[in-house]
Design a protein around this ligand. Structure first.
Ligand code: SIN
Length: 316
């Protein structure tokens, strides 16, 4: 899956729990559709990985509208995991992505642990999928989602059960809506997670003051975008210190500088989400920007950058 690199350019390839990516830049689930929606803007072959919108056992229509609201430096969504279901994903969506030389990661969701296992099993039997990202962090559904990601025992159990039905690398996507994200990270690592991605959105809401009603039909949603970057960065730093599996940083990454911050605190890869809605070519710009930074700092390999935060002396 990895294309050999030109010797003049730095080596940006990373190994995420046995999954080899040509560079550390992935799309974040739910912000890039199933790839096809962005193919006229982005050279999909250049991406480290495509992470597709969450897939469940049965089709889901999602929550009633309005389900997106812009906020200062971000947005709140309450989509409710709309998707065509795992069978339609495999027959109708996956063939498009299989044309490319890109790592395909499918984000999976279940209302019950059994559903997570059945989705994972079906996807494992399909050709063209390289890893699963287990979504135990969606704040917009009644059953499953965040309910599984806020209790360490349940988070470990879901991870273990998904691992039991697949040989694919399993990434577990964590919720920031917990007291101690490091504890949840340790639990999913104990359950066999090959990598951990964080953070999903932060629970929030927004009110229309004229009619005194929530802007979102379902009242609350998940906040994403630049507003959450400092929170995500701090949580990534905390989790990197607590686990040995690779950590993937997500949350408000808008440009190469943001991505570099996550890599410096120890994320081995990053996911770009809300930025895709503002600049559909954000991922391309971020790959170019990381490469430019490495060349400017005379780095030959991305490992010279990852986890190099100097916390020693503070600033003044
Ligand atoms: C949604 O579909 O509601 C968002 C997905 C997520 O937060 O995981």
């Amino acid at each position: 899956m990895m294309t050999p690199q030109n010797h003049d350019t730095p080596n940006m390839s990373v190994d995420i729990g046995g999954l080899l990516l040509k560079n550390p830049v992935m799309t974040a689930s739910g912000t890039f559709g199933y790839g096809e929606e962005y193919a006229c803007y982005v050279d999909i072959n250049r991406l480290g990985a495509v992470v597709v919108k969450g897939v469940s056992l049965n089709p889901r229509q999602g929550n009633p509208a309005p389900r997106i609201m812009e906020t200062p430096f971000g947005m709140i969504n309450s989509i409710g995991l709309q998707n065509p279901g795992v069978k339609a994903f495999v027959t109708d969506k996956l063939p498009f992505l299989k044309q490319f030389d890109v790592v395909v990661i499918v984000n999976i969701f279940g209302e019950t642990v059994d559903e997570y296992m059945r989705v994972a099993d079906t996807l494992t039997q399909a050709d063209g999928i390289h890893a699963l990202e287990v979504n135990i962090s969606c704040p917009n559904v009644e059953k499953g989602g965040m309910c599984f990601g806020t209790d360490p025992e349940i988070a470990r159990d879901v991870t273990q059960r998904v691992k039991s039905v697949t040989h694919l690398p399993v990434i577990v996507k964590l919720s920031p809506n917990v007291t101690d994200i490091g504890e949840i990270a340790e639990s999913v690592q104990a359950g066999g997670a090959d990598a951990i991605s964080l953070i999903n959105t932060i629970s929030g809401m927004s009110v229309d003051i004229e009619n005194r009603r929530p802007h979102l039909q379902r009242v609350t949603g998940g906040l994403s975008g630049p507003a959450i970057k400092p929170v995500a960065l701090k949580m990534v730093r905390d989790v990197v210190k607590r686990v040995s599996v690779p950590v993937i940083g997500v949350g408000g990454i808008m440009n190469a500088s943001d991505a570099l911050e996550f890599l410096i605190v120890g994320a081995k890869a990053v996911q770009v989400g809300t930025a895709n809605f503002i600049n559909p070519r954000a991922t391309m710009d971020i790959i170019d920007g990381i490469e430019e930074y490495m060349m400017r700092h005379q780095m030959q390999d991305i490992r010279e950058l990852i986890g190099t935060l100097n916390e020693g002396e503070g600033l003044c």
